[in-house]
Design a protein around this ligand. Structure first.
Ligand SMILES: [Zn+2]
Length: 166
């Protein structure tokens, strides 16, 4: 059974949720995958920037990460003041539960947070987040909290340069 991680949340701004949903819907029935970046926020992380990865093989059930592209995105994000949080990807017509391939990669990168976004034919979207806190720990589910632009702005002191990402 999955344990829920206590006192740790993944915060996502409404604008980012909309951006991810748009990508996932547009690519259906194929998977999309991308990088989540942001900052420490309250008792977790807040996602302030997402970048879809292009260099993928477009199979319905599997995505392949282009490591070079992944590193470039992280480097660019750091220059903009963001830290790497983890990856998001879609599960077309499947529940937001990590597959064996997902768990394999999570074991390789403990601490990385994974957001899985399910998309169903009728356009319904469902999200869930997970992490493997360390290589020896069990998979844990992380509660997701969607926050408005105003909260992110006041709590983080985000200036106008950042508002395009919110
Ligand atoms: Zn998956």
């Amino acid at each position: 059974m999955l344990k829920c991680m206590n006192k740790f949340n993944l915060y996502i701004t409404k604008g980012i949720v909309k951006q991810i949903e748009d990508e996932v819907i547009k690519s259906y029935p194929y998977e999309v995958c991308g990088v989540m970046m942001g900052r420490s926020f309250n008792d977790g992380f807040i996602v302030l920037k997402v970048q879809q990865m292009e260099g993928l093989s477009r199979h319905k059930w599997a995505f392949e990460i282009n490591i070079r592209e992944w590193m470039t995105i992280i480097r660019e994000g750091r220059r903009e003041g963001y830290r790497y949080i983890g990856l998001y990807h879609s599960h077309p017509d499947a529940q937001p539960i990590p597959s064996n391939a997902d768990i394999h990669r999570m074991l390789e990168c403990p601490g990385e947070i994974w957001l899985i976004v399910s998309i169903f034919r009728e356009g319904k979207v469902k999200m869930a987040a997970y992490t493997m806190p360390s290589a020896s720990s069990a998979l844990a589910r992380i509660p997701i909290e969607i926050v408005g632009r105003e909260i992110a702005k006041s709590e983080l002191g985000i200036n106008n340069d950042f508002t395009s990402f919110i």
